[in-house]
Design a protein around this ligand. Structure first.
Ligand code: DQA
Length: 149
């Protein structure tokens, strides 16, 4: 069985729908999961969609992708801007990572302009709301296609 793409979500993303709707919109994480599974499913891709509020758990999941996943779509929430441990885990996983943010982090506070994920990722998608996750699926498929060619 081909390995799934891990779609990993960090702290506070379980609050989507209720959390600052002017910034993050009204879709819940369950809504996003449904969209992702449908979008990936029609492309024949399996996904493993998860959320945690805990840095260590996210690090464990990224490490687990080394043998358990074909790639990672990662919205690490605020850990994006703080976690060297997450950066190191991504390097150790040796899997393609696409960083996703619902909001355009570059149009927000300056502390959101730095990412520890981006230097270890193949690309970054931000500012398109839940659609960004679907763009990331397409980008990952394109990445695999190019690699296989
Ligand atoms: C976020 C952006 C981060 O800066 C923030 O800490 C989040 C959500 C986004 O999806 O826009 O929790 O990753």
């Amino acid at each position: 069985m081909p390995k799934p793409i891990f779609v990993l979500n960090g702290p506070n993303l379980n609050m989507l729908g209720k959390r600052e709707p002017a910034v993050y919109g009204t879709a819940t994480l369950a809504d996003i999961r449904q969209q992702v599974e449908k979008h990936a499913g029609v492309r024949g891709i399996a996904t493993d969609f998860r959320q945690t509020n805990h840095e260590g758990e996210l690090v464990d999941w990224v490490q687990g992708a080394r043998d358990g996943a074909a790639g990672i779509i990662l919205n690490a929430g605020a850990l994006t801007h703080t976690s060297i441990a997450l950066h190191d885990a991504i390097k150790a996983a040796e899997q393609p990572v696409i960083e996703v943010h619902l909001s355009n982090v570059f149009a927000r506070e300056s502390f959101r302009h730095h990412s520890y994920v981006a230097p270890a990722a193949i690309g970054v998608i931000c500012g398109f709301g839940p659609h960004g996750y679907l763009l990331a699926i397409d980008a990952m498929v394109e990445h695999f296609t190019k690699k296989a060619a």
